[in-house]
Design a protein around this ligand. Structure first.
Ligand SMILES: Nc1nc2c(ncn2[C@@H]2O[C@H](COP(=O)(O)OP(=O)(O)OP(=O)(O)O)[C@@H](O)[C@H]2O)c(=O)[nH]1
Ligand SMILES: [Zn+2]
Length: 358
């Protein structure tokens, strides 16, 4: 079967894009970034498919006229694009990702575990009450930057808050690259307020503490039900529908919503790049300090303190940067310690087994 994929290649057609119906691939999230990684011949021989669901023993993938499960050979996660090799499915090539969420896998040799790939926007949700915590929001923002996903902060439950303004002001101090929206998840606001990020072909995810309104927001997006294309549910032995561990649900509009408990376990790991992006100004200043190991406290020639004195950076923000950077350092050292501990445990087990064999 030969398919024509030329329309998905970059610079196809004329400059002015004629209004045409979106293809199935585009609704699934196919973008020029992916088509640039393959030739027309590749695309015809090994058609692109997206991983819409990850099971322990198989991957559920969808593409143009394709809806199948393949063995989990390729090191792929939910959201990934594969060039599906019909002759050898487990050898299907995983395309380079626009973004990826990872988490630390405790006690394994592989230090990180892929959670999700090719997410466009992550909504960082916090409610306008005592749960609100700028430092926590900042961690999530750093995480999103590290994953190369655009973060948007959503402040929920304004109907239960006497004065949202101070919370909004605080959230706005995090980064001028991050939008802050106040949203009543229980009203009809989600559909309209989230619309700019929930267009067809977009992939979105939600992060935030328990009880802040993530499920309520997701349900609001699926008001018209889960699209037929995302019949990605399995029936268990009792004939009930069970939500499997990692999957994409498509709204009737064609926006993919990531549903994976793994996102809740995403920790602030290896977020150095994210922190650097979030506190780019402070990081740059720190590079100008006289001493390489400047703690920005009492050292002479400290560019950070100087900027603080000039009122160019905020003390509270500097404190948050210090805390986040220290935590990041701690996470990294505890990981290497944990890794060597794992190894010695492994050695112990091996030597015990050898002794028992004798
Ligand atoms: N008044 C009001 N209640 C809200 C709003 N958003 C969520 N809630 C309520 O807060 C409670 C928790 O909301 P959920 O959507 O279950 O929160 P969650 O973030 O999905 O929580 P987990 O599933 O534990 O991670 C529910 O009773 C919601 O109805 C809001 O904007 N206003
Ligand atoms: Zn300094």
């Amino acid at each position: 079967m030969t398919r024509d994929y030329s329309q998905f290649l970059p610079n196809a057609g004329t400059g002015k894009a004629p209004e045409r119906a979106r293809s199935r691939l585009e609704i699934l999230g196919w973008k020029p970034f992916f088509s640039q990684q393959a030739s027309i011949e590749d695309l015809a021989a090994t058609p692109p498919v997206r991983v819409v669901e990850v099971h322990r023993t198989k991957l559920h993938v969808m593409g143009e006229g394709l809806d199948l499960t393949i063995p989990p050979g390729p090191d792929a996660t939910v959201g990934d694009w594969l060039l599906y090799d019909p002759l050898n499915p487990s050898e299907s090539k995983v395309l380079e990702r626009t973004s990826k969420f990872e988490r630390r896998a405790p006690g394994h040799d592989r230090t990180t575990q892929l959670i999700a790939a090719n997410v466009d926007t992550v909504f960082i949700v916090s409610s306008l009450n005592r749960e609100f915590n700028v430092a926590r929001l900042e961690r999530y923002v750093a995480l999103a930057f590290e994953a190369e996903v655009t973060p948007v902060i959503l402040l929920t439950k304004p109907d239960l808050c006497a004065d949202p303004a101070p919370f909004v002001d605080q959230a706005n101090t995090i980064s001028n690259r991050v939008l802050v929206e106040v949203i009543n998840a229980k009203s009809d606001e989600p559909l309209t307020k989230l619309a700019p990020w929930c267009k067809p072909g977009q992939t979105i995810a939600f992060l935030g503490s328990s009880g802040v309104g993530k499920s309520t927001l997701v349900n609001a997006l699926f008001q018209e039900g889960v699209a037929a294309t995302a019949a990605v549910r399995e029936e268990d032995s009792r004939g009930r529908h069970t939500t499997t561990r990692r999957q994409l649900h498509f709204t009737t509009e064609g926006c993919a919503v990531l549903d994976t408990p793994g996102m809740r376990e995403v920790q602030l790991t290896d977020v150095e790049a994210g922190i650097a992006g979030l506190f780019a100004d402070i990081v740059e200043l720190a590079g100008q300090c006289r001493f390489n190991d400047c703690a920005h406290e009492t050292e002479p020639g400290c560019a950070v303190r100087a900027a603080l004195d000039r009122g160019e950076i905020e003390l509270a923000r500097l404190a948050r940067w210090r805390k986040l950077a220290a935590e990041e350092k701690f996470n990294n050292t505890s990981l290497s310690r944990r890794k060597s501990a794992d190894k010695s445990l492994h050695k112990t087990i091996n030597s015990v087994q050898q002794r028992n064999r004798k």
